[in-house]
Design a binder for this molecule. Structure first.
Ligand code: PHE
Length: 344
């Protein structure tokens, strides 16, 4: 027994552990129910009184030494594991933030603005809450003219002789540009517009436009056609063709709607272009002399063209979005799919 006690004392003195698991294993091996020291105590119980006197004290010392050593190791490994814990390493990089992406309408607006900037156009913005004069009257919509029904208007105040309204197109900004800018004028007007329409996959009461205006001496329909063709090729690819169909707007004469060749099926016919090979992208025309005169521009000396397009529609064609409502619902599964050319 003496030897056994001494051996175990030596073992306890040299006990080492690097983590909590090893400490627990040592505790079980020495002091557990079937541990070596526990076994010695069992042997001790059956010893005669002389041996008990001889070994009792030693055995107790062994147990105390083992318990103290285990406690010491436990404290040590706990302290080092806290220090080593990754949570405590202040030099670790932080949790990364998920980066947002740009909204598809904003990407398309920037592309259009960049193209027209190259052509020498300035960008102009104006108020979303407008008066009747800038949205209708100055654009050759006389009071009660049926053409006002083309654009269902939200009125901000009613029963007022000159009610305020939410602009139905950014042509109002073109009027403000004609009032304030020096001739010749080359300007594009991006912005949000509002129409009283039932919300569906193909219509919304809020959408975005970019409209453009060019006024100078001797501007002709050929200039308009060339500007639209160059724009379409920059926007949809160098092989893009355009087609102009006669149309009507109160503020332009003659007026036209413009289609581009379908860049999905390249004219063969698909469900995006509904089998026609063409996609409608904008309205345009030569500025009506009445509109020039209303803003104090001499229509005998100057002429100009104007055009306007819906950004949601262009984005729909670009990415084959099948429901307008996606643009306004802020669903991250939709929004995170769009990348600008520089991000791809
Ligand atoms: N303002 C027209 C619209 O909102 C678009 C347009 C602009 C058409 C300029 C012709 C010339 O639909």
């Amino acid at each position: 027994m003496k030897e056994a006690i001494e051996q175990l004392l030596a073992q306890v003195a040299s006990l080492k552990a690097t983590n909590a698991k090893e400490v627990e294993e040592a505790r079980v091996r020495l002091l557990g129910k079937k541990g070596e020291i526990t076994k010695l105590f069992e042997e001790f119980r059956s010893c005669g009184p002389e041996l008990k006197r001889e070994f009792g004290k030693k055995l107790n010392e062994l147990k105390q030494a083992a318990t103290a050593k285990i406690d010491e190791l436990k404290n040590m490994t706990e302290a080092t594991s806290v220090a080593d814990s990754p949570k405590q390493d202040l030099s670790m990089p932080g949790t990364p933030f998920a980066l947002g992406s740009r909204h598809p309408v904003s990407i398309v607006r920037q592309e259009i603005v960049d193209i027209f900037r190259k052509f020498g156009y300035d960008v102009a913005e104006g108020p979303e809450i407008e008066d009747d004069y800038h949205v209708f009257e100055a654009l050759n919509f006389p009071p009660n003219h049926p053409a006002r029904d083309m654009q269902d208007t939200f009125f901000v105040s009613t029963g007022h002789p000159n009610p305020l309204l939410l602009r139905t197109h950014t042509s109002s900004v073109q009027v403000r540009s004609m009032e304030t800018m020096k001739l010749p004028i080359r300007v594009i007007c991006p912005g949000r517009v509002f129409r009283n329409e039932a919300i569906s996959a193909r219509a919304h009461c809020i959408f975005h436009q970019v409209e453009g205006l060019y006024i100078d001496e001797n501007v002709t329909f050929a200039d308009l056609k060339q500007a639209i063709l160059l724009f379409a090729r920059e926007m949809f690819g160098p092989d893009t063709a355009i087609r102009m169909r006669p149309s009507y707007f109160p503020f332009t004469e003659p007026s036209s709607e413009v289609d581009v060749s379908c860049n999905i099926c390249h004219g063969k016919g698909c469900n995006i272009c509904k089998g026609t090979g063409w996609l409608e992208i904008l309205g345009c025309g030569m500025v009506d002399p009445n509109v020039l005169e209303a803003s104090g521009i001499d229509s005998k000396k100057y002429s100009g063209f104007a055009f306007g397009m819906g950004l949601e529609r262009i984005a729909m064609l670009k990415w084959q979005v099948n429901d307008l409502r996606h643009y306004f619902e802020n669903d991250l599964r939709f929004l995170s799919q769009f990348k600008t050319a520089t991000e791809v």
